[in-house]
Design a protein around this ligand. Structure first.
Ligand SMILES: *Cc1c(COP(=O)(O)O)cnc(C)c1O
Length: 415
């Protein structure tokens, strides 16, 4: 090889991460990431850090489940561990109302397909044992929808996203859990975008036996760290009977390094894979921050600031169709319809990182992960308004300013 070029050092700019994720990593998390020494994955302080993370994670998730820990990687890594209990031929009902639950549905179809079904359509298998219930984009999965489907199909597993980030919709977790209990299904939930944003305790939903989240949204720990997962004893017992065909993402084996062995907490973990001291230190700090701020307070802050952003863009003539609190999903004013991508690209070119929807229909998504203060929301509103104007939209800035003022002053008056 003669023409190998060494590229210049890679510089990546600081952007305003105003999308559905990743969220803005706290400076304290980055400081712990960069400040950790090089220590191997069996160093006592690394192992202690992992055990402490496990304990803090149980508090953040609101659970006594022994099998609660982090999976190295991203949200999909945690989801892959959770769905690994789904075996070929298993009956599953999966509720899909947007991009992410759609991918969860694909994962489930890959896991539940028999060898013949997988070979028949390797990238998009259609196993007979899986029922996908499609709920239109922009709508939530309701208790009635879940109950009806589970009553009809009586599956071994039922799966849903708690918050569908693709369309910005909150699905009915209580209704889902109740229906799972009523019809004997084991619930599996993608809580990637709700954990650390919404105030809930997973143990309050006894119909749900597996939960998976991610590092980079509500937990604010992008430096590739850990996707939180939690499994009930019933899930683990079921898995013990069937086994599963993965070593690294095996829910029981992956737990060992976190000090969970034979269903018990032990003082120090044993080797499963080479964990990074940097990642452990960052994740540890992110969990400390969450517990210091408290999940309840964060949930209040998200609801409060999301309402301000929603009022402001509504005053610009946009129509918000979402009901998540970390994100708004909106339709542009009618005369701008069809120009969503142009608007998003205009913003992104200025390192203002908003997003389109990733599946039809095309809408605009603006997120506020870890941007929970008046200055940050005002900055987002100002940038978004400037971009709208640059594309020729006219609106009355006084209405927008008044919406923000009303919202934030009303709040100060209420305190
Ligand atoms: C973001 C997201 C995912 C994927 O998470 P990654 O960290 O990108 O792997 C899955 N499900 C939902 C609901 C999400 O919001």
């Amino acid at each position: 090889m003669t023409n190998v070029s060494i590229f210049p050092q890679l510089d990546i700019p600081q952007t305003i991460a105003a999308g559905p994720g990743p969220g803005n990593t706290d400076a304290r998390v980055l400081a712990r990431f960069a400040g950790a020494g090089l220590a191997d994955h069996m160093h006592p302080d690394v192992l202690r850090g992992m055990v402490e993370c496990k304990q803090m994670l149980r508090e953040v998730m609101g659970t006594d489940n022994i099998h609660t820990y982090g999976v190295a990687g991203t949200g999909w890594s945690g989801l892959d561990v959770m769905f690994s209990a789904v075996m070929p031929g298993d009956s599953v009902v999966m509720f899909v109302n947007g991009t992410f639950s759609g991918i969860d549905g694909l994962t489930v179809r890959m896991k539940a397909a028999t060898a013949e079904e997988l070979a028949a359509n390797p990238m998009d298998p259609q196993p007979a044992s899986v029922t996908i219930i499609n709920v239109p984009h922009g709508q939530s999965v309701t208790a009635e929808i879940v109950d009806k489907a589970l009553a009809t199909h009586k599956p071994k597993w039922a799966a849903m996203a708690h918050w569908e980030t693709g369309s910005g919709r909150v699905n009915d977790i209580q209704g889902f859990s109740d229906a799972c209990e009523a019809h004997g299904a084991m619930g599996l939930v993608d809580a990637v975008s709700s954990l650390g944003v919404e105030n809930f305790r997973i143990d309050d939903y006894p119909g749900v036996h597996g939960w998976a989240s991610c590092p980079q949204k509500g937990i604010c720990c992008l430096p590739l760290t850990y996707a939180p997962v939690s499994f009930t004893d019933r899930y683990i017992d079921t898995l013990k009977q069937t086994g599963t065909r993965t070593f690294v993402h095996h829910p029981i084996l992956e737990a060992r390094h976190w000090g969970i062995i034979d269903g018990q907490d032990v003082a120090t973990g044993t080797y499963h894979r080479t964990h990074s001291a940097y990642a452990v230190a960052a994740f540890h700090e992110a969990l400390r921050i969450t517990l210091q701020q408290t999940v309840a307070q964060r949930a209040k802050d998200y609801a409060f600031h999301e309402a301000a952003l929603k009022e402001a863009v509504t005053a610009m003539g946009c129509d918000v169709t979402s009901n998540m609190t970390s994100l708004i999903v909106l339709n542009l004013p009618e005369d701008m319809a069809g120009r969503e991508m142009e608007l998003v690209q205009h913003c992104r070119a200025q390192n203002f990182g908003i997003w389109p929807t990733l599946s039809e229909p095309v809408q605009v998504r603006i997120g506020i992960l870890n941007l929970l203060n008046e200055a940050a929301i005002t900055d987002i509103v100002t940038r978004f308004g400037d971009a709208m104007r640059a594309l020729g939209v006219t609106f009355d800035q006084a209405d927008v300013t008044a919406a923000l003022d009303r919202h934030y002053r009303r709040a100060i008056a209420a305190e």
